[in-house]
Design a protein around this ligand. Structure first.
Ligand code: NAI
Length: 333
């Protein structure tokens, strides 16, 4: 039995994500919470012939608590998305408070659940959730994840386009480290499972790196004020949630990229910190998942000079984003 819960379930990401979770036969209960429209979304999804029993909740009468009760996996896409010209950090003012309030109830009602944070700026909202959980003395770094899957999905798609074979895109893996915004997104193209052609020079490499880092802007621009990535994000979020669910059900050896607290496993996090030459608390890394969450944090491995420069460029923004999130909850930090 697996109960998945979506907070922000009536939104642009929330609805298709709820659909994909409803379609997943591993999910047996699906709780949908939002400040609007969840009864309609839940009624609609409930007619789909898959195992999950769907319930929609609104804030009155303890709706959030009811949605979270018994949750195994909580996915959070609640909050406002970007409009053209905005950075993810511009969303902090509104989304920080939304995520904090949701985390307060999670700490009380579902402290053992796996928490998957989609709401931006992920680099800061993940530390916000961690600080709230710490305040309630229920923080387990093994169970908290910033969802960076879309960066990896984009990298796979763009590399497959360059290799001119889109049929391979589901099998292309490009490790993406760092964080989830602009220059903090560090794709290691030198470690692509499908090597780039010999004709792919440094200029092309830099252009592809930039496209992966700022791929979200393509969607924001094309939607022209209508928001940011929703459908590709729902796909990526559902893919990550499925990996977490398969791992919690006992499947071994599942590895997924995520923005995590580097203390989630003793040794791996320290290796990453020594590779980047900085004691950052949070970083996007491939993590091995198990029944209790993160089992192992993967190292960066060999990087070329260009990739080293990308990591150096990511660190100051990441430090700022992390401390902004932490001090939102603990002003003394
Ligand atoms: P949206 O505006 O379409 O949906 C957000 C939903 O959150 C709305 O239904 C709204 O009613 C709900 N909401 C607002 N306050 C709430 C609260 N206190 N409790 C519960 N629900 C609440 O936005 P969209 O496009 O779904 O994006 C959601 C978030 O995901 C944004 O912050 C966006 O930046 C982020 N995002 C993250 C990505 C990632 O890779 N991690 C990629 C794309 C977007």
């Amino acid at each position: 039995m697996v109960k998945a819960v979506v907070l922000g379930a009536a939104g642009g990401i929330g609805q298709p994500l709820a659909l994909l979770l409803k379609a997943n036969p591993l999910v047996t209960a699906l709780g949908l919470f939002d400040i609007v429209n969840t009864p309609g979304v839940a009624a609609d999804l409930s007619h789909i012939a898959t195992p999950a029993k769907v319930q929609g909740y609104l804030p009155p009468d303890g709706g959030l608590k009811k949605a979270l009760t018994g949750a195994d996996v909580i996915v959070i896409p609640a909050g406002v998305p970007r409009k053209p010209g905005m950075t993810r950090d511009d969303l902090f003012k509104i989304n920080a408070g939304i995520v904090r309030d949701l985390a307060e109830e999670i700490a009380i009602t579902a402290p053992k659940a796996f928490i998957l944070v989609i709401s931006n700026p992920v680099n800061s909202t993940v530390p916000i959730v961690a600080e709230v959980l710490k305040k309630h003395q229920v923080f387990d770094p093994k169970r908290l994840f910033g969802v960076t899957t879309l960066d990896v999905v984009r990298a796979s798609t763009f590399v497959a386009e360059i290799v001119k074979d889109t049929t391979i895109s589901p099998n292309v893996t490009v490790p993406v480290f760092g964080g989830h915004s602009g220059v903090t997104i560090v794709p290691l193209l030198s470690q692509s499972s499908h090597p780039l052609p010999a004709s792919f020079d440094q200029t092309a490499r830099e252009a592809l790196t930039k496209r992966i880092q700022f791929g979200g802007d393509e969607v924001v621009k094309a939607k022209d004020g209508g928001g940011s990535a929703t459908l590709s994000m729902a796909f990526a979020g559902a893919q990550f949630a499925e990996k977490v669910i398969r791992a919690l059900k006992g499947e071994k050896g599942i590895i997924a990229p995520s923005y995590v607290h580097l203390a989630a496993d003793g040794a791996g996090g320290k290796t990453v910190q020594s590779e980047i030459g900085k004691d950052l608390t949070y970083f996007s890394v491939p993590v091995e998942l198990g029944t209790s969450g993160i089992v192992k944090i993967g190292a960066l491995g060999p990087t070329n000079d260009y990739e080293k420069s990308l990591i150096r460029a990511a660190i100051p923004d990441l430090e700022d984003n992390i401390s902004k999130g932490e001090s939102f909850i603990q002003p003394s930090k």
